[in-house]
Write a protein that binds this ligand. Structure first.
Ligand SMILES: C[S@@+](CC[C@H](N)C(=O)[O-])C[C@H]1O[C@@H](n2cnc3c(N)ncnc32)[C@H](O)[C@@H]1O
Length: 310
């Protein structure tokens, strides 16, 4: 077991290692297990028989329920083949409460020549209690499309279809792992469903996306991974300097239309950066380009001077 910046990294089999975690000690679980699609994870081949895969899923999900606090939430990534079965296990067998079915939409991926190319993965959000659970909507709002005095300019609910591009092989933050997920996706789930210092678990941590996000937004992450090569990679990743998360929902960079009043616009633009681009400093220039396009270059460059103190 390694402890780095309040992040605990455990090498071993998820079902075995979960048994060491005390009952109800985890506030949030976000995990992206193997989908049984024959991905080569070096140590495991991701190719169980149908019923074997469901049994494996049942076992780790049961442990996850046990360790989850009474007010905790679970987000489970899953591919199309098994998602309905996982849903049934969560709801009918484990008695958890369905909250949301989130579609992660990506514009690029593998191409099919006979059939339609897949462009989404899905994430099931279940809670342990029907009513009592953390949901920090203000931390995950997205910018409004239009300025209207009746709108809540703190932003709108992001909905349940989230567009984030994959972390491409040319991205500086891309690690040698076949199914590395975008940090922006994890950021949204963790901000929404936990608070600072909460314990957040991923029993299939892979390249360490969950721990990297927890490290930057001050949660106590616990990651389990069976492949020791990936564990070494996570340690390196956690030691890297941080320049912002590797992915962002493109809506975060949009400046609302109709911000016509000079004072309202200046105040809004400064708030926008704090509300929506925290941990995404590299996106500020794209946001400012949108400001320039919509409200003329000269004025936007004046506004930019005011950001120095942010
Ligand atoms: C879909 S990947 C997770 C990717 C991760 N979300 C990321 O962003 O890098 C699933 C991971 O589970 C690991 N794994 C497979 N079987 C496991 C088991 N029984 N216990 C722990 N980890 C396992 C694989 O080695 C793989 O790294």
């Amino acid at each position: 077991m390694d402890k780095i910046d309040n992040q605990t990294l455990i090498c071993g089999d998820a079902i075995t290692k979960l048994k060491d975690i005390p009952d109800e000690s985890v506030d949030l679980i976000v995990t992206d297990p193997p989908y049984n699609l024959k991905k080569d994870y070096e140590k495991t081949k991701d190719s169980l028989q149908f019923n074997e895969y469901l049994d494996f899923s049942r076992q780790w999900l049961k442990e996850c329920k046990r360790v989850l606090s009474k007010t905790g939430t679970m987000y489970i990534f899953m591919g199309m083949r098994y998602i309905s079965y996982i849903y049934t296990i969560l709801e009918q067998e484990l008695g958890l409460y369905f909250n949301s079915w989130i579609t992660w939409y990506y514009t690029q991926g593998i191409g099919k020549t006979r059939g339609f190319s897949p462009r989404h993965d899905d994430i099931l959000m279940f809670t342990k209690d029907e009513k009592k659970y953390t949901f920090n909507l203000d931390s995950v709002r997205i910018p409004q499309k239009y300025y209207r005095s009746v709108n809540n300019m703190r932003g709108a609910n992001p909905g349940n279809v989230w567009e984030f591009s994959h972390v491409h092989y040319c991205n500086n933050n891309r690690y040698k792992h076949p199914t590395q997920k975008p940090e922006g996706l994890y950021e949204r789930m963790i901000l929404a469903s936990s608070n600072v210092n909460d314990v957040v678990l991923d029993p299939f941590v892979g390249s360490g996306t969950l721990l990297r996000v927890c490290q930057q937004i001050n949660r106590q992450g616990i990651g389990i991974e069976i492949n020791e090569n990936y564990v070494e990679l996570v340690k390196k990743r956690l030691a890297e300097p941080f320049y912002g998360f590797d992915s962002i929902d493109t809506r975060m960079k949009r400046c609302p239309n109709d911000l016509n009043d000079d004072n309202v616009r200046l105040e809004y633009i400064q708030k926008h950066i704090k509300w929506f681009l925290n941990n995404h400093k590299s996106a500020v220039s794209e946001f400012m380009d949108d400001v320039c396009k919509k409200y003329q270059a000269k004025e936007a460059s004046n506004i930019q001077l005011n950001f120095v103190d942010l």
